[in-house]
Ligand binder design. Structure first.
Ligand code: MIG
Length: 799
């Protein structure tokens, strides 16, 4: 049996001709002569789900990826029968089902262009070893078609020409092109002829995607078991494909606490307590902002989860409180392996209640991890998740820990072939009992979910904070994530950039890398350049392995410390901007980072770009990614861009050199943007915000910007206690107009805005606020800075 290739196998089986069609509201079933049934569910005008069974009977319809909150409903649905095909029409799509062999062709309903077409379509081979089938799908690639997405793959943005495997894997010191690594997100976005669609293959078995690698004009995907079950998501805008996929698999259940968007410092490991304090005090002494400090596995007693080392951390509650008084939130690691030890209550409870995973014939799944021999909770059992969530009570409620970091949840097991559970391990899978072949890719997700459940319960009314290493589609609902054990090399800076963009494109925005690299040690220049990139990643944390030397902002000499400080300060200034982007992500599924192709798919120059990306809606960033480079060439998307440092304007649609000494990096602001900024704080909440700075970038024409704020924690924002400012900027040759529409019941602490007007083409002669002229002396004319009451609704600045 050839499992790893899609075509070169003579045992492929195919559906035969359709002999029956039934329609049940939005579920259309087609039965072939040889018993294959294809079900098409019209979820939305632009989302069709395809399921196939070769036995005539579908499995219980259960998915960890799809959220119950996903939007449903369509405007139009019509099915017609023609001689050779059934034609399904919605307001966005036309789907043709060939009667002779069930092959599918999808067209844009508005202009009839071909979007996606089956080549062989659905086919399968019998899996005699395990039962069931290897289920396969192949589609014809269109001319110039490009592919993006697929989670954390450490490769260039455009996936064309490559093949990938989805099997969540602990990948210490992975590199460019290592595959698979920690996450399994079987979703990609395709683009051709200015139109974009996506495919989400919701199958948790080991799966493969081939983008014109095996055969030049064919894209295929297949899995080692389960159903051929995929969602076709039509755009035509790539941004719609991504937001629709995110709607389907879920947006984060809540906003992160604002502090979680601050800077985090981590190491394997900071211990004992005095070392932790030494680090946190140094941040404050050097005035480098930081919100979170991490404890890696050495804080525990013999690596037993939910315990503390008496020697290193004799009084965790006191320590956590003292750190909190200094503005530091303590975050601790929790792994899945539970040490086999009859005197350890977590182990005892798990054993007594039958919560640990077992092998096919009954013995426990025993594996070696940090604590020595361990058993592993079956997080796919809802009862186990409840139990697990309750274990966090002491840690969170009593000791005051603010976040939990789930590691090793692929699950990683030492000293065994495959470095994970063997295939025969049994899982509950929420009542859909199965082997590890099916549960492997969701195990880490379900652990993070159970952890999230615990943090949510015991942090309430504050917001939970969780980080996970392993993930399957949908994990973004519960947690943030990091990209695992990278290396302190320049190429890994590039990889981190690609992974953060790719994850954002795959519905999972709250992601960052181990800044500076986990394995080995960066030099100061690499660390500084990586910090510059890292402050633009939604999750911003330095982490490194202890045996490779120090990796704190001050570890590389004063010059580097100053650069690092400057950029972390910029992160803190941009917090309201990032928070607004996060709110757009949580409410509408809009990715926080946008690869250039996602930003402007019509510009073919963007299709193979890797380095530049859009942070939020308005800021264009390009990391400097090679040593001793005092700048770099980069591509500017269409539009006009202000250099953040000099206010110089660059016209997009071209590649250009940008100067960037070590203390700088290419950062550009889209013209017309209004960028909100907070003062620099050492940690979120250190200062009461007395004034909101608005950097206004003049544009001839109109532009909209938003600022979302709330209490920065808690759930009142859901009840309307938020402040949303919608700004409309209109620039004319001799006038700049800014209108403000405010909604929400939250009252921000500041009373005034400080407007910095960038790029005004005229000298200000007259200012009107809500139809009343104000004295020009309110203006600092040297810098075009103006302080105004925050409640203005219309501002005119005139020549
Ligand atoms: O086998 O907890 O990716 O971030 O510091 C290594 C120790 C286990 C791997 C994680 C890394 C963490 C480390 N862990």
């Amino acid at each position: 049996m050839i499992l790893n290739t899609e075509l070169e196998y003579k045992g492929n089986l195919f559906p035969s001709k359709i002999i029956n069609y039934e329609k049940n509201i939005n579920v259309l079933s087609f039965t072939a002569d040889n018993g294959v049934v294809m079900q098409i569910t019209v979820r939305r005008d632009s989302i069709l789900r395809f399921r196939y069974t070769t036995t005539g009977i579908f499995e219980n319809d259960f998915s960890y990826a799809i959220t119950k909150y996903a939007s449903r409903g369509y405007n139009h649905l019509e099915v017609e029968e023609e001689t050779d095909a059934y034609i399904i029409t919605t307001s966005k799509l036309i789907c043709k089902v060939a009667k002779v062999d069930m092959r599918i062709s999808l067209y844009d309903a508005i202009d009839n262009t071909l979007i996606c077409e089956d080549e062989l379509g659905f086919h399968w081979e019998e899996n005699y070893a395990n039962g069931g089938n290897v289920v396969k799908m192949s589609k014809t690639a269109q001319a110039g078609e490009c592919y993006y997405g697929l989670g954390d793959k450490p490769v260039d943005n455009n996936l064309k020409g490559k093949r990938f495997e989805n099997w969540v894997t602990d990948s210490y010191a992975y590199g460019r092109d290592t595959d698979p690594i920690y996450k399994s997100i079987p979703f990609y976005t395709a683009l051709h002829n200015k139109k974009s669609y996506g495919i989400f293959f919701d199958n948790s078995f080991r799966s493969y995607f081939d983008f014109c690698h095996e055969r030049r004009n064919i894209t295929s995907f297949w899995a080692h078991g389960g159903e051929m079950n995929y969602y076709f998501i039509y755009g035509p805008e790539m941004s719609e494909v991504v937001t629709n996929y995110t709607d389907l698999t879920g947006k984060p259940h809540e906003m992160p606490a604002l502090w979680a968007l601050g800077y985090h410092q981590c190491k394997w490991s900071y211990y004992p307590e005095s070392k932790v304090k030494e680090i946190t005090s140094k941040f404050r002494a050097l005035e480098i902002p930081c919100d979170a400090i991490y404890l890696d596995i050495d804080y525990m007693e013999g690596f037993r989860c939910f315990t503390w080392s008496k020697e290193y951390f004799p009084d965790p509650k006191r320590m956590v409180k003292e750190l909190a008084d200094d503005g530091f939130k303590t975050i601790v690691i929790i792994d899945p392996g539970i040490k086999i030890d009859m005197d350890y209550s977590v182990f005892k409870e798990g054993l007594d209640n039958d919560y640990f995973c077992k092998r096919a014939d009954g013995p426990y799944m025993k594996g070696k991890v940090w604590p020595g021999e361990c058993y592993f909770p079956d997080f796919t059992n809802p009862e186990v998740r409840d139990w697990w969530s309750d274990l966090f009570q002491e840690l969170i409620e009593d000791i005051g820990v603010k976040g939990v970091w789930n590691d090793m949840n692929e699950p990683a097991v030492m000293d065994v072939p495959g470095k994970s559970f063997p295939d025969d391990v049994r899982h509950n899978y929420d009542g859909n009992y199965c082997s590890h072949r099916k549960a492997h890719n969701v195990y880490g997700m379900q652990m993070a979910r159970a952890t999230y459940q615990g943090l949510k319960k015991f942090s309430y009314p504050k917001r939970p904070f969780v980080i996970t290493r392993a993930a399957y589609s949908g994990t973004q609902r519960y947690t943030s994530s990091w990209t695992g054990d990278n290396i302190a090399t320049w190429d890994h800076l590039n990889i981190a950039n690609l992974q953060a963009q790719r994850m954002a494109m795959s519905g999972f925005s709250f992601v960052g890398s181990d800044i500076g690299g986990f394995a080995e040690q960066p030099n100061g220049e690499l660390y500084a350049r990586w910090i510059q990139l890292g402050i633009f990643h939604p999750f911003c944390r330095t982490h490194s392995s202890g045996d490779h030397g120090d990796q704190e902002p001050w570890a590389f000499g004063d010059t580097i410390t100053n650069v690092v400080k400057k950029f972390i300060e910029l992160r803190y200034q941009l917090l309201p901007y990032l928070y607004t982007a996060f709110w757009r992500h949580v409410s509408d599924g809009i990715p926080i980072l946008k690869s250039l192709v996602l930003y402007d798919q019509e510009d073919t120059q963007t299709h193979y770009r890797n380095d530049e990306f859009i942070f939020g809606e308005k800021i264009l960033v390009c990391p400097v990614n090679a040593p001793n480079q005092k700048g770099r060439r980069m591509y500017f998307p269409y539009g006009r861009w202000y250099n953040l440092w000099t206010d110089e304007i660059v016209t997009g649609g071209q590649e250009m050199w940008v100067d960037a000494d070590l203390d700088s990096m290419p950062i550009f602001v889209s013209e017309g943007a209004i960028i909100p900024k907070y003062p620099i704080q050492q940690y979120v909440g250190e200062k009461t915000i007395e004034e909101l700075t608005l950097d206004v970038y003049y544009k001839l024409g109109k532009e909209a910007s938003q600022v979302f704020e709330d209490a920065g924690d808690g759930y009142d924002y859901i009840k309307g206690r938020y402040s949303l400012r919608d700004f409309k900027l209109t620039g004319k040759e001799d006038e700049l107009i800014i209108q403000q529409f405010k909604t929400g019941k939250y009252i921000t602490t500041y009373k005034t805005f400080k407007l910095n007007l960038h790029g005004l083409p005229f000298k200000i002669k007259k200012i009107e606020v809500d139809n009343v002229e104000i004295p020009i002396k309110n203006l600092i004319s040297t810098s075009n800075t103006l302080v105004l009451d925050k409640e203005f609704t219309e501002l005119h600045i005139m020549a």
